[in-house]
Structure formats: C-alpha cells, structure tokens
Design a protein around this ligand. Structure first.
Ligand code: GRG
Length: 279
C-alpha cells in the first residue's frame, strides 16, 4: 500500500470526492431552492471524516487508489446522511444553533421549513445513491441494511431522541446515548467499507470502530468544554470532569489501537494513523 498515513490519504482523495458530490447533487436535484439548500450544507466545510474512513478501509483491504471511484456513491451517501443530521440537529426545536463551521446554519439562512426539507432531501437521496451504485446487489443491500440500522431509529435517531429529552443521564446512559448519536454512523462507515471490499468483518474491526466512534464524541465535548459550552448539557466533561474525560479518551484510543492491530489480511497503517486525530 503506497499511502501509509490517514492525512495523506484524506488529502489525496478529497478533491476528487468533493467534485463528485457537488456534480452529482447539482445534476440530480432540479428544484432550485432545494438544490441550493442541500448544496449549501453539503459544501460548508465539513471534514468528510466518515466517507474518507470508509474509503480508507477499502484501500486498506487492497483496492487500488484509482478504483476507489466505484465506491463514491456509497461513501457519498454516508456524507449526505451526516449532513442531514447536522441540519436537523441545529434546528430551533433541537440544539438551536445559529452557526455551524463558522457559517449560518441552514434554518438561519433559508428558514426552518427549507432546512427541514433540505435534511429530508439529503436523507432520502442517500438511499437513492446506494440503490443506483454500480456495486453488486449484495454490497448495496449490506450498505442499505447497515446504514438504515445505524442512522435510523435503531441508532442515531434514537440517540438524538434521548438527547433532546433533557433527562439528566448517568454514565451508562450517557455512553449509550453517544454510542447511538455519534458512534453508530462512524461504525457504519467502517463496516460498510469492509463489506464493500469483501473483507470478512471481524470483531476486531467492529471494536476499533466502536471505540473510535465514542472517542469522536469525547473529543468534541472536550473541545466544546474549552469554549465554555452549557454546563447543563449531558456530556462527559460535565458528568465526570475534564481530566477524567481526557483519561477515558486516552483509554478508548488505546483500545482502538489494540483492536485494529489484531486485524488480519488488512494494511493497518491508515487506521492506526487515524488515531492521531485524537491527540
Ligand atoms: C438530527 C437525527 C439527528 C441526529 C443528529 C450527529 C448528531 C445527531 C448531532 C450532532 C451533535 C454533535 C456535534 C455531536 C458531536 C460529534 C459530531 C457528530 C461532530 C460533528 O462531526 P464532524 O466533526 O463534523 O465530522 P464536520 O463539520 O467535519 O462534518
């Protein structure tokens, strides 16, 4: 495998993948206001962590860089779902945020009705992209199954419902909330990548994905706690304190590393170097 570092891989695939996302959505969505609102959030500076992780797993299984295009529809679908979740999360009746990634949130720019519809459009279009992908039916079915399971009411949507319920959570409940709200979509990206590359999914890769998913939320909460985020929110820094959360994060990263190092027939370099994100 030529590329050994996740950041180098990210830099290599991102321009082409970004171009694919914009061109595909621009061509498909005819309603001008809807197209503008969907593209606005899709192209507002997200890191594309989930689709690039999916492509990195495929590359780590031995698929050549020039063949990764075959998997863009499915990687793109994951980014569409992530984008929808952020638009809806920012709504006045959810987190009520005016800015995301330094830009106005969708409802602030286009109004609440348009933001809800932009999210609805992104969510539905994701499954259209998977259905129309050129991959075998078995891979498309696996992607639909994993993504609907992890992003829907058995996964991310359930986590979001617990989050907006406003109940004060204990450590176990908070872990479950984060597993659904944040980790499930990252787990989907990694496991769909393995399925698409015909890699036999082992408990090691699943464990790596689950630990990384939870670590992602803890890092986000630690970054927000530095910015003086709401002390009443259900977060680990609020529940157990900042230094205990930092220790929890370090342990999750260590566990993720140990899990992926046990993975067989798989180039581990990209998944190991992805863990630098948490440093
Ligand atoms: C509305 C059903 C529904 C779900 C929303 C994802 C989510 C659930 C809410 C977002 C809350 C949040 C900020 C959680 C922290 C972890 C996280 C998902 C951060 C954002 O992901 P990044 O860092 O975002 O990948 P970018 O901006 O890079 O795309």
């Amino acid at each position: 495998m030529d590329i050994k570092n996740f950041l180098d891989f990210h830099e290599k695939v991102l321009p082409d993948f970004d171009k694919f996302l914009t061109e595909k959505l621009t061509k498909e969505i005819k309603q001008p206001k809807l197209r503008e609102a969907m593209l606005y959030s899709l192209n507002s500076g997200g890191k594309r962590v989930r689709p690039v992780l999916m492509l990195a797993v495929i590359y780590s299984c031995g698929v050549k860089l020039e063949d990764l295009k075959d998997y863009y529809d499915i990687a793109g679908a994951i980014e569409l779902i992530h984008t929808y979740s952020l638009i809806h999360d920012d709504l006045p009746e959810m987190d009520n945020d005016d800015y995301r990634r330094g830009k106005l949130t969708s409802h602030k720019k286009f109004g609440t009705g348009s933001a809800v519809l932009a999210g609805d459009g992104l969510l539905t279009q994701a499954f259209y992209w998977i259905a129309k992908s050129s991959l075998d039916a078995s891979k498309r079915m696996a992607a639909v199954r994993i993504l609907s399971h992890n992003a829907g009411p058995m996964g991310m949507v359930a986590g979001q419902m617990t989050d907006i319920s406003g109940k004060k959570l204990n450590e176990e409940e908070l872990t479950e909330l984060h597993q659904h709200k944040t980790a499930d979509l990252l787990v989907a990206a990694i496991t769909i990548g393995a399925f698409c590359a015909d890699h036999e999914l082992s408990s090691n890769l699943v464990e790596y994905a689950q630990k990384v998913g939870l670590a992602f939320q803890l890092k986000d909460d630690l970054d927000d706690s530095d910015d003086g985020e709401d002390v009443d929110k259900n977060t680990f820094p609020n529940l157990i304190g900042k230094s205990a959360t930092e220790e929890k994060l370090r342990n999750l990263v260590k566990d993720a590393l140990n899990a992926v190092l046990k993975e067989e027939r798989f180039d581990k370099n990209l998944m190991v170097s992805f863990l630098d994100y948490f440093k």
